[in-house]
Write a protein that binds this ligand. Structure first.
Ligand code: PMP
Length: 386
């Protein structure tokens, strides 16, 4: 049986959601059509919007704007802030490429872009952020939890301090990884805008949303249609949106249990690996972390080789973020944390789903330890022979 331990890349729809999505096919239509088919689709989209509002703890006046995913949502935020004036764009070195790439493009165009470094532990300190802010700052974007390490940033504190030092800035947080893994309250975070991604919570890929605090207005990135309150042109991805609404409701009902289950399983896994394998280390171990994520450095073992070897045992993990693995570059997140390239290349990420058990954790821990020991032995044999 396959054991998918790559939930941070894609949290594949479980059977219950698959059935509900199949039923939702009957509601498809163009929500802009005035006839009954259109109105049925419109109602389904609005129901999904409410589901997301409740899941993330947004207030009735806050807006949910559907996008094609977190990448588009993040691009929209950078684009909108860029248009808000000429002030600096501030973010962190550990953001997802969907923030870093549009920021890099703005920097090439001459914009003042400032990226704050994390602590060695992976955390972004409010003080580090505040030190680069100015009264002219146009954007502050700090992810709530990192997709590779799972390390969480103190967003409430960051938002509060940021607001004092940069009153004009749009304050954004990429919430993609945290939603579905622990309860959040958008209204209590103090941010202006948040990003979420469908396939990180068990909905379809290709859909996501921006959550905008009441009174915050932005320019759309995608223009040419008045959909989504004129904030995102184009006929809505009704099926994707419905799937996001369904996943939101199911996740919200179970969030406490899901978090506790993920944490118990992840902690069991880490305990076993640390006990059975020498010279390994969990990145961000003593930090506030997502309950499902384990980012492990295993000395003398190449992460990419371990991923392939585990795949042969039907265990799916990742040696970096999904978007960057498959490419030779080492993780920008771990490098930003001050790690050397050799260490970064000896790291794997294991990210659990909420429907996995402690037996699953034991299976992956024992298999990973066995393979890592074998790889180290092989490495020793080769270097002795040389
Ligand atoms: N932000 C973060 C933190 C992510 O982990 C991802 C997906 N790897 C994205 C944004 C992009 O999400 P999407 O696939 O929905 O575009």
């Amino acid at each position: 049986m396959f054991l998918d331990l790559d939930a941070n890349a894609t949290y594949a729809c479980d059977e219950q959601i698959q059935v509900l999505i199949a039923q939702a096919m009957a509601q498809l239509g163009n929500p802009s059509s005035v006839h009954r088919g259109g109105q049925r689709a419109r109602a389904a989209v609005e129901e999904a919007r409410e589901g997301i509002r409740e899941l993330v703890g947004a207030l009735p006046g806050d807006q949910i704007v559907f996008t094609s995913g977190a990448t588009e949502a993040n691009n929209t935020v950078v684009d909108a802030a860029t248009r808000m004036g000429s002030g600096s764009l501030v973010s962190t070195q550990i953001e997802h490429p969907s923030i870093l790439a549009p920021l890099a493009r703005e920097a090439l165009r001459g914009r003042d872009v400032r990226l704050v470094a994390p602590q060695q532990s992976g955390e972004i300190l409010p003080e580090a952020l505040v030190s680069v802010l100015g009264s002219e700052t146009a954007l502050i974007s700090v992810m709530m939890a990192n997709n590779e390490t799972g390390v969480c940033n103190p967003i409430i504190d960051i938002a509060q301090r940021a607001r004092e030092h940069a009153p004009r800035a749009l304050i954004h947080s990429d919430l993609s990884q945290v939603v579905g893994k622990q309860a959040i309250s958008f209204s209590e975070m103090g941010i202006d805008i948040g990003t979420i991604s469908g396939h990180k919570i068990g909905a379809l890929a290709g859909v996501g949303a921006l959550v905008l605090r009441h009174g915050v207005s932005i320019e759309p990135l995608v223009v040419g249609g008045s959909q989504e309150l004129k904030l995102r042109g184009g006929t809505e991805n009704v099926l994707g949106i419905i799937s996001l609404g369904i996943a939101s409701r199911l996740v919200r009902e179970r969030i406490t249990r899901r978090s506790a289950q993920m944490r118990a399983v992840r902690d069991r896994f880490e305990l076993l690996v640390l006990k059975e394998l020498s010279n390994c280390d969990i990145n961000g171990m003593n930090q506030q972390r997502l309950p499902n994520t384990s980012n492990i450095f295993i000395q003398g073992v190449r992460g990419d080789d371990l991923v392939v070897a585990l795949d042969l045992e039907r265990i799916l993990v990742s040696s970096g973020a999904a978007c960057s693995s498959g490419k030779p570059e080492p993780s920008h997140v771990l490098l930003a944390m001050g790690q050397d390239e050799q260490r970064v290349r000896s790291t794997v990420r294991v990210s659990f789903r909420a429907d996995q058990s402690e037996q699953d954790a034991e299976r992956v821990a024992h298999t990973l330890v066995r393979i890592a020991k074998r790889m180290r032995d092989e490495e020793r044999t080769v270097s002795h022979a040389a």
